[in-house]
Ligand binder design. Sequence first.
Ligand SMILES: Cc1ncc(COP(=O)(O)O)c(C=O)c1O
Length: 372
Amino acid sequence: MKVDFYTSKREYNENKKEFDDAVINVMQAGIATLGKEVVDFEKSIEEFTGAKHAIAVASGTDALILASDILGFENGKEVITSPFTFLASTSCITRRGGKPVFVDIDEETFNIDTNKIEEKITKDTVGIVPIHLFSQMADMDKIMGIAGKYNLRVLEDAAEAFGMQWKGTGAEYSHAGTIGDFGVFSFFPTKTIGAYGDGGMIVTNNDELASLARMYRVHGASKKYHYDYIGYNSRLDTMQAAILQVKMKYIRENIKKRETVANWYFDRLKGCEAIKFATLKGNQNPVYYVFNILTEKRDELAEYLKKNQVQFSIYYPIPLHLQKCFSYLGYKKGDFPVTESICGKILALPIYPQITEMEVDFVCETIRNFFK
Ligand SMILES: Cc1ncc(COP(=O)(O)O)c(C=O)c1O
């Protein structure tokens, strides 16, 4: 049996007419950048996440760049983040000369180790970029506590975290992205809510920051051809917004299905000594965007899965502090031992709402056979 890591075709076929109509309606209505569909989709995101403002942009990467610019990550100012993530979480800090300062991750959650943040704060520190990876959020109680104490801005990289909720010691759950000054989502096709191309969203509860983000996505213009800032051309495509709006109708159901798939994996791989999973920490509701296993024999297992036509992914094989593009920061091998160790053991199994129980059974059986 061949098992895809992800395919968009099943979801398309489930709701073909709705997707087709959404796209055709955009064409029939005539060309419009930031059209009605974009505004409607922003409203849906505000309603779903509870954010006061949602500003749709061209990608999660752009969302991070715009937010970093607005928060003043520039000219040697230091921003604390973790090296176990996708490039865009850190490259956004460097666009205007901000300096990423890495902190190692927690070995059980893979998110920033909040116990190690304070020792990295200097007079030049201006912000923290926590990344909510794979299925769970970073400890937002600790992060907001530190940010308050040192007057730092918080940009939540919630690119992978759509639908995750943090309660911590608070009274209510808050959606990922809505706790810091800014939060960002990615609508890359494989994401919990994914477009048929690129897309992203900035969310904030701050009126002033929201108004700046709206300007920055249209070249920094307060009104047409009046440029208050040097911004970007980063608009969510109206066609993608129409598609994403269809997907919002099914988002709760799809998040639930991801949980069901994760539980199939937990159940079928239970007792397999050679495999470890992440541990959920803090009072929060996870969303299984990615399902990872950890094993000392990761590379051998990867070869075996390939041979048996089970697709997988490795997030992330090389940590950011060891990437060539960041060599100027002066980090070396051994600086972040937890991150480096996890990079050598982690492997992501196929998970998406339409994957079947039979496929998950096959994946788990293949893994068990490998370890026999
Ligand atoms: C943690 C993280 N940050 C940022 C991004 C960038 O998002 P995009 O691919 O939409 O530019 C991604 C997604 O790929 C991501 O996983």
